[in-house]
Design a protein around this ligand. Structure first.
Ligand SMILES: Cc1ncc(COP(=O)(O)O)c(C=O)c1O
Length: 458
């Protein structure tokens, strides 16, 4: 390791407080320091070349270098580096992005708002629901339902909506207006003999029970990722969205599709909601919107909601919400360039093509002694690790098998993400078949390494 890398690590260890990290471990071991990237590869301070099997945080759709995106940012910085979107002011890039994005949006959405992160997009959506329900004369419709292990962000509201116990503990959260329905992990939670379809019906009836217990008239919306990402790369079971949406329709409850990870091709369609036949009333997106080259997120919704917003702002005098950097010109310029690139290279078509090899290589790992279930779509795959795949007996959590696989993968040059004993594998969308071959070989090697350690311990 060179002197610069040593200095960076020392600086980081001494002063930088890391989100979503084990702080004690950081104090002892310091960070994994990534110094640069190219294509699907990242490079650490030890000089290791690593295939990024997690797309940074599920965001680096076009990999780690792209001159067009860099030039789009530079051009915009040299033309108009900042312009507010408050006070009825605008700039051409955000106007164009609003038009482009709503043209792509599912289910007749015509309006777009911009923020800098997925959290802010979802938080804004919650506020808009509260605001428009007031306009409709239903101010008591405030509760938002999420799912156990769902992930929607880290603001006080979006973390309340997320179903992640470690993000609530010691913070005094969730806030009371946020409720959570079941995690649809068929493999882990099905009753013996229950089909996927039957399991989905059971998930939907549990959802209905929650709605009835809370009072349907108090519920504003259900927020859901088409496939759960941060909760463990979990694809919905057969029939899940059909049955859940039937319940939503029955009680006239809105659906927000959180496309922060699934949006822009990850699942082999532009939107995850297309993949699973969801008909959302609102959509949030971020991450691949700018290929992660600049922080920008979007929230889209329909005209009826906009009409209610207008009604309230007429009364108050102004729509009282906004962030300084909402619709930042550089973010908007980079997002427009990313959308052009996606179109020109037919990114969705590419994902569909390479996903055949990706998924078949992933499924080939299903026979590995550590692996109980493999399930994926597009370039998004989740692996359930279990002591006994047949009896569904989990590993002792103290063994930290998932973390072990993640660490061995890193040593072999592959970045994967362990979420407990689930592994999330979601490489950049530009990955090619040769790179898939190498990545999955490294994954298998990491499973073998971990298996040898686990066998010695149990
Ligand atoms: C589905 C989903 N929604 C929202 C968020 C929050 O986005 P951000 O971290 O940009 O605030 C994330 C982050 O990973 C996410 O995966």
């Amino acid at each position: 390791m060179n002197a610069d890398a040593k200095r960076s690590i020392a600086q980081d260890k001494a002063h930088h407080v890391h989100p979503q990290s084990n702080l004690r471990q950081h104090a002892e071991n310091g960070p994994v320091m990534i110094t640069h990237g190219k294509g699907v590869y990242i490079y650490d301070s030890e000089g290791r070349e690593i295939i990024d099997g997690f797309s940074g945080l599920g965001c680096v759709s076009l990999g780690y270098h792209n001159e067009r995106l860099a030039n789009a940012a530079m051009r915009q910085m040299n033309t108009l580096p900042f312009a507010p979107t408050f006070y009825n002011r605008s700039h051409p890039k955000v106007a164009e992005l609003g038009e482009r994005l709503t043209a792509l949006a599912p289910n007749g959405m015509t309006r777009a708002m911009f923020q800098c992160s997925g959290s802010e997009a979802n938080d804004t959506a919650i506020k808009l629901l509260w605001y428009t329900n007031t306009a409709k004369g239903e101010p008591e419709r405030r509760k938002i339902i999420g799912r156990v292990r769902g992930y929607h962000g880290n603001t006080i509201a979006t973390v309340s909506l997320s179903g992640q116990p470690h993000m609530h503990a010691k913070f005094g959260l969730p806030l009371p207006e946020f409720k959570h329905t079941e995690l649809p992990n068929y493999y882990r939670f099905h009753i013996d003999g229950e089909t996927e379809e039957e399991f989905s019906v059971r998930m939907a009836s549990k959802f209905e029970e929650l709605i009835l217990a809370e009072g349907p008239e108090t519920i504003a919306a259900f927020f859901a990722e088409p496939a759960i990402s941060g909760g463990g790369a979990l694809m919905p079971p057969d029939g899940y969205w059909e049955h859940m949406q039937a319940v939503l329709r029955k009680y006239d409850i809105k659906l927000l599709s959180d496309e922060v990870v699934c949006g822009f091709g990850r699942t082999g369609n532009l939107w995850g909601s297309d993949t699973w036949g969801m008909k959302p009333d609102m959509v949030t997106c971020a991450k691949a919107l700018s290929a992660a080259f600049f922080p920008i997120s979007g929230l889209m919704f329909k005209d009826d909601m906009y009409a209610d917003m207008m009604k309230n702002s007429d009364e108050v005098g102004v729509f009282g919400h906004g962030y300084t950097y909402a619709g930042h010109p550089v973010g908007a310029a980079v997002a427009l360039e990313a959308l052009d690139i996606y179109d020109e290279m037919d990114l969705v078509g590419h994902v569909r093509k390479v996903s055949e090899k990706f998924l078949s290589k992933c499924h080939a790992l299903a026979d590995h002694p550590l692996v109980a279930e493999v399930r994926g779509v597009g370039l998004f795959c989740g692996f359930e690790l279990m002591k006994d795949a047949k009896t569904r007996e989990p590993f002792d959590p103290a063994l930290k098998v998932g973390e072990m696989v993640q660490n061995f993968a890193h040593d072999r040059g592959l970045y994967l993400r362990a979420i407990g004993d689930r592994i999330s594998f979601m490489p950049p969308l530009i990955i090619n078949e040769d790179e898939i071959e190498v990545a999955t070989e490294r994954f298998k090697g990491a499973l073998d390494d971990a298996s040898a350690v686990v066998r010695a311990k149990i």
